[in-house]
Ligand binder design. Structure first.
Ligand SMILES: [Zn+2]
Length: 393
């Protein structure tokens, strides 16, 4: 395996490794049909490096040969009322702010198309969604016939699809060659200097600062902070018009427009590369303590026969269990997404159960993979007359 010390964002040979997790599943949201398939799922190492020139963090041993996004990729979040409320407000805000009415909106990495459909419904817009995981039939919307789906990876080939706005949510963190990707989009915009781009990515600064190791996994090869994101956008020919943190500060929102010359406009939210290196040093010093605490907690739950289960079967769950190196201690994983039920999680051999299953299993502890859903989950448990201890990450 080759270590690449060239920063994929700024191009300087300044990446140094600060965190390693060996032998983890190379995907976390691909749904597998059997336990055997799950256990045999390909694994590889993750080594996070930080660039001291631009503050960008990425997996320096990432291998693009593992890209396998397809219809079997299941990351739809719209089964959660908490998430839907956020998505609706976000879409309303974008439609208002950018006057998206009777316009054409392009979404790169549209997933199952929920958000694109929302923007099209709210503003009476046409939409183009480009994503190898998108399934046209699953877009349940009154404007479904106004949405074109291209089930493929975005590339130069699709540079004619610009429309009046380009959106790209929860995609850039899966792209290794970040500078190339932003440059392709910038070239597609040509001299349309008014056309805005909107990106939403996990805030990598929070991940590092809060020791959120469950947010570090193979699928995510790129980790942006407000500063490193803004610096990449500026370097690839954009002017950052807004930066914001949303969803309990878990998501970083970036708005930008093309720029003819290197922009020097710095946003308040941006931290310096030196700040990022400092946070990374702290992470590297303290992460083992955090992991050991979880190992002890989960071991105790198991030893005391409290039947701990995990709520949320996505990437965080895969990362949580593989990073602390535990699997047998937690027998079951549940999820509210019905498209996941009966399927298996990559690497762990676990079948995903519906929350209903908990009625018979009667867990005494539920480990919630994202604390933003804790209240919603507590309510669902109460409806099933269950009151386990809730431990939220
Ligand atoms: Zn860099």
């Amino acid at each position: 395996m080759s270590v690449n010390d060239t920063c994929p964002s700024c191009g300087q040979k300044r990446m140094s490794v600060f965190y390693e997790v060996a032998n983890i599943p190379v995907h976390s949201c691909l749904m597998l049909k059997s336990r055997d398939e799950s256990v045999a799922f390909p694994r590889d190492d993750l080594k996070l490096g930080v660039c001291d020139a631009c503050g960008f963090v990425s997996n320096v041993v990432f291998d693009e040969k593992y890209y396998a996004y397809s219809a079997a990729y299941e990351d739809q979040q719209s089964f959660s009322p908490t998430f839907n409320k956020f998505a609706l407000q976000l879409a309303q805000g974008i439609v208002e702010k950018h006057g998206l009415r009777d316009k054409r909106v392009v979404e790169i990495g549209c997933g199952k198309g929920d958000f694109l459909a929302l923007v099209c419904e709210l503003g009476g817009n046409d939409g183009v969604g480009i994503d190898p995981t998108c399934v046209k039939e699953r877009i349940k919307s009154s404007v479904a016939d106004r949405i074109t789906v291209i089930a493929d990876y975005y590339s130069e080939k699709y540079s004619d699809y610009v429309g009046d706005m380009i959106m790209c949510r929860h995609t850039l963190e899966h792209i290794y060659r970040t500078n190339d990707f932003m440059s392709i989009i910038r070239r597609s915009l040509k001299d349309r200097m008014e056309t805005a781009v909107f990106f939403e990515i996990p805030d990598g600064l929070r991940v590092i600062r809060d020791m959120a190791f469950e947010d570090i996994y193979y699928e995510h090869c790129s980790y942006f902070s407000p500063g490193s994101a803004a610096r990449l956008f500026r370097q690839t020919g954009y002017r950052v018009t807004d930066l914001a943190l949303e969803y309990d500060d878990q998501y970083l929102l970036v708005e930008a427009i093309p720029n003819g010359w290197p922009s020097s406009q710095i946003h308040d939210l941006e931290e310096s590369p030196e700040d990022m290196v400092r946070y990374v040093d702290e992470y590297s010093k303290n992460i083992e303590t955090t992991l050991n605490r979880w190992r002890e907690d989960v071991t105790r739950m198991y030893d005391e026969r409290r039947r701990p289960v995990i709520w949320g079967s996505g990437s965080k769950c895969v990362a949580f269990l593989t990073t602390i190196g535990m699997n047998e201690e937690i027998e079951y994983v549940v999820d509210i997404n019905p498209h996941r039920h009966g399927k298996f999680i990559p690497g762990l051999g676990k079948e995903i159960k519906s929350p209903e299953f908990l009625k018979q299993y009667d867990p005494q502890v539920v480990i919630v993979m994202n604390r933003i859903y804790a209240d919603e989950i507590r309510e669902l448990l109460a409806e099933m007359k269950l009151a386990p201890e809730i431990v939220a990450l």
